[in-house]
Write a protein that binds this ligand. Structure first.
Ligand code: FES
Length: 267
């Protein structure tokens, strides 16, 4: 067998022999994630226009404390000091937020696009050493396995929100009756996309079947593993679609609440 000698040369940041537009994907990810972070942070601090009729923005669900009829435990409690910025979203957004931040797909994406470590495959990076995810602080990314369970809990809560979004109160009579609005559909689509994202999580895949040495000997696990693997193959797609749907659901509820958009009633 012929041995072909290869010389490995250390290059500076951005140096590469690649001729394709390797920077386009990291740049698009940088812009997309930045826009989401800025909007989600702004929306979370608003503490207003997060409900419209039976709709509740997913950024604010579950509304533990708050002034809307969706609040589980009533208004803001007295033990929260007045000088602390309060919003129902600030109490719950860290959980789905950390679930995404520690996601295996997003790690690969933002390590490249935000930290340039490396900017892309076979492209020079700014650092000469790599500690890996076995060392502090990146070892903390392992909490993802626990946040997945919290994310599953959120799926049930958001599904309940879709159920509530089917019941509209008649302004004239005060009676509640079944209906479907565009907001109902947007909240439902958001749950479907979040479910596809969560059930295709690498941790979920391991739990439902991957932990077995021979998963084919466990029929139920084998089926569940196949389903989770199918979703996992599109994990990147679900990650972006669900990120967009959760933000757009908030935009829709917010603009309807502000009177800028009119909710389209289908039924
Ligand atoms: S790996 Fe992406 S959500 Fe778990």
């Amino acid at each position: 067998m012929d041995v072909i000698p290869v010389t490995i040369t250390s290059r500076g940041l951005g140096s590469t022999a690649r001729r394709d537009v390797w920077w386009a994907t990291p740049l698009a990810i940088f812009v997309g994630l930045s826009l989401f972070i800025v909007y989600a942070t702004w929306a979370a601090f608003q503490n207003a226009h997060y409900t419209y009729g039976p709709y509740l923005s997913p950024f604010y669900s579950p509304e533990l404390f708050g002034d809307s009829p969706h609040a589980w435990l009533g208004p803001k409690p007295a033990w929260i000091p007045a000088w602390v910025p309060f919003s129902p979203a600030l109490l719950i957004l860290p959980f789905p937020g950390l679930f995404r931040v520690t996601c295996y797909y997003y790690r690969g994406a933002y390590y490249k696009s935000f930290w340039a470590d490396p900017p892309a495959c076979a492209v020079g990076e700014p650092r000469g050493s790599y500690w890996g995810e076995g060392s502090f602080p990146l070892v903390l990314q392992n909490v993802h396995r626990y946040f997945m369970w919290i994310a599953v809990g959120f799926l049930f809560i958001l599904t309940y929100d879709v159920w509530l979004a089917l019941w509209f109160t008649d302004a004239a009579t005060g009676a509640t009756r079944f209906g479907i609005g565009l907001g109902t559909i947007l909240l439902a689509v958001n749950v479907v996309l979040l479910t596809g994202y969560t059930l295709g999580c690498h941790v979920m895949r391991h739990i439902v079947g991957g932990a077995h040495d021979e998963v084919s000997k466990h029929p139920v696990c084998d089926r569940a593993y196949a389903c989770s693997s199918a979703l996992n193959a599109r994990h990147q797609l679900y990650a972006w679609l669900s990120l967009f749907s959760v933000a757009f659901a908030d935009v829709y509820v917010r603009l309807c609440s502000m009177g800028i958009w009119t909710d389209l009633r289908i039924l």
